[in-house]
Design a protein. Structure first.
Length: 277
């Protein structure tokens, strides 16, 4: 390994980073001054902006995620702007898009879609891209998050399809064809046990779901019955151990579970719901 890289590799190793090689590779490629991806075996300092690399390395030593350092995170087929005001999009949340494509089979149709708690806008924007004739309402209680979501919508050219609303879940009684949500669902104990990398740099508002983690599902169930018609599909992400409780919560609001989708670790992660009547 190049002596320049070896020095930084050793620092990360001493700090007990799980995979210093991957960390260095990510920092190098996000600091590069050349177009093509840098292969570490063929690395030379002239290929990167040294000042950017050193500053980003110092931030990473403080456990700041690389996505926050460089303000970008991939989700679905797109790269989203992220900062400390929004939760980083996770791979398992892409399962919501997969489910939407399964249940809304006509991509050309003008569907009415709602994304409750949009955060970075990753779900709303990805759905707008997939269902390109549809209109999307994306809500969030955080004004700072909506600034990020609007920026992403502008960058990814979906701003004509999406209406962003600052409110607590939803503030109207429109009937939607599809409603999606990835709400905060960590319990008090789960939140307290999070790593500093998440707790220090991801918004608590996007993670903490109350003492038992179920507060937001109770609110969503209340809103869902007001904003759907008999064929509305509701798709929500849940915590790995919340399947039974969430199904009961939604059943009490006359919603039945059509499908439970497992994530990449075989945890129950997505509920697909429909009105009982």
């Amino acid at each position: 390994m190049n002596n320049f890289l070896l020095n930084y590799f050793k620092i990360l190793s001493k700090k007990n980073f799980d995979n210093p090689f991957i960390e260095i590779k990510a920092l190098i490629n996000n600091s590069r001054s050349v177009k093509n991806e840098i292969i570490l075996s063929n690395f030379h300092e002239s290929k990167i902006n040294i000042e950017v690399f050193k500053k980003s390395f110092e931030r990473r030593l403080k456990l700041e995620p690389i996505s926050k350092i460089f303000n970008k995170k991939d989700f679905w087929d797109f790269t989203f702007f992220v900062n400390h005001s929004v939760l980083d999009p996770r791979p398992e949340t892409e399962l919501i898009i997969d489910a939407a494509k399964k249940y809304l089979i006509n991509k050309n149709q003008n569907y009415k879609i709602a994304d409750l708690g949009t955060g970075s806008g990753c779900l709303a924007i990805s759905l707008a891209k997939e269902f390109y004739n549809s209109n999307v309402v994306a809500t969030d209680i955080s004004k700072k998050a909506l600034i990020v979501a609007k920026k992403n919508s502008l960058n990814l050219k979906t701003y004509k399809q999406i209406e962003f609303i600052n409110c607590d879940w939803i503030n109207n009684n429109e009937n939607f064809d599809l409603v999606v949500s990835n709400p905060p669902y960590l319990s008090k104990k789960e939140y307290e046990n999070l790593s500093d990398e998440i707790k220090l740099y991801e918004p608590k508002l996007s993670l903490y779901g109350g003492t038992d983690g179920l507060d937001c599902y109770k609110k969503l169930a209340h809103h869902f019955k007001k904003i759907g018609h008999k064929n509305t599909i509701y798709i929500v992400e849940i915590g790995y151990n919340q399947k039974s409780q969430c199904i009961d919560i939604f059943r009490n609001s006359s919603l039945r579970c059509l499908e439970i989708i497992k994530d990449y670790q075989s945890h129950n992660r997505i509920l697909v719901l429909k009105n009982l009547k």
